[in-house]
Design a protein around this ligand. Structure first.
Ligand code: FAD
Length: 294
């Protein structure tokens, strides 16, 4: 009593941070400020997303290549196989390998809304992320991470089919999964149990996304449960971005603390290219910056 629930967290955790490739010079400056601010927390890796259907191909590559050149951080490049031939993917993978990138987050990607949301494989391409993983592994000895869905991928026939699919991605050579963001601790911890029971022993990192606004969350992830208590926490904050960001950090820190109590020691943060919330949450979990050489 009288002691903060964060008081005794020793910071014995590993963290990783996800960024998106910037579109403008201003956004680029913001990204690099965020990277500089988060680097002292010694992330195990930092990842850079790939725009829907490969729309950021050059920008993702440029961002990842700059991380290799200018920092001591280990970058991971997201790569999707939707709307690309196997030859195009092989070309991109070669360029990453030559640039010194050794970690790929291999994804299928989402069909454009114009296609009615239905995925149709490229005639000369990969039909799933599992096939992409196998293709990349065949080409170079990349470290490969894949996506996992504690609340089931919206297109999956069933939870079991989705878990079988994750198993296929691991069997094809992935050594880590990163989850879709979620707000239900139980959903994630139950998913870990089911994955283990299905013989998946690789780490499954929780993807932590502080609430931006609920409309955006619903748009980004069809199946993510938004608990009533969370909605109540954000009541009346729609037009108050400052307080909303602070409340979001508290809610995400609480989620992480409950995960920590459930045994989780590895956390992946969707940063949206901003350091403040991720840094504050890491701080509350007991993580402290290392001295780094600039
Ligand atoms: P897959 O693993 O191929 O699964 C897609 C669906 O097909 C699932 O429902 C699966 O169960 C089903 N399926 C696959 N194979 C079979 C089979 N043989 N039989 C039956 N069913 C099957 N998108 C981007 O565009 N760029 C990004 O940078 C990006 N980063 C992401 C990072 C993370 C951590 C996550 C969780 C998602 C990310 N996404 C990104 C979104 C992702 O592309 C979509 O969620 C996409 O719809 C599915 O990709 P996947 O790699 O999970 O596909």
């Amino acid at each position: 009593p009288g002691v903060s629930p964060y008081a005794e967290l020793p910071g014995d955790i590993a963290v990783s941070f996800e960024f998106f490739p910037p579109k403008t010079e201003k956004m680029e400056a913001q990204l690099w400020q965020a990277i500089a601010d988060l680097a002292p927390l010694s992330p195990s890796f930092v990842s850079v997303t790939y725009g829907a259907g490969g729309t950021t191909r050059e920008r993702t590559h440029a961002t990842v290549a700059r991380i290799v050149r200018e920092t001591n951080l280990a970058p991971a490049a997201h790569l999707t196989c939707i709307a690309a031939s196997k030859a195009e993917i092989a070309d991109i993978a070669d360029q990453y390998w030559q640039a010194g990138v050794r970690h790929i987050v291999a994804l299928r990607g989402d069909p454009p809304p114009a296609d009615g949301g239905r995925f149709v494989p490229h005639p000369e391409g990969y039909a799933s992320a599992a096939e992409l993983v196998a293709g990349l592994k065949h080409q170079h000895d990349f470290e490969i991470s894949v996506a996992a869905y504690p609340e089931i991928h919206p297109e999956a026939v069933s939870a079991q089919h989705d878990l079988d699919n994750l198993k296929r991605k691991i069997d094809a050579g992935a050594t880590r999964a990163i989850t879709q963001f979620f707000y239900s601790t139980d959903a994630y911890l139950r998913f870990l149990d089911k994955a283990l029971a299905a013989g998946i022993e690789t780490p499954i990192l929780p993807g932590i996304m502080p609430v931006t606004n609920f409309a955006a969350i619903r748009r980004m992830s069809g199946n993510t449960e938004i608990p009533d208590w969370l909605v109540t926490m954000f009541e009346g904050l729609d037009d108050r971005p400052g307080p909303r960001a602070l409340v979001a950090a508290v809610a995400a820190a609480d989620l992480c603390r409950r995960l920590y109590e459930g045994g989780v020691r590895d956390f992946h943060f969707y940063t949206l290219n901003r350091a403040e919330q991720a840094y504050a949450i890491c701080q509350l979990l007991g993580l402290r910056p290392q001295e780094i050489t600039p």
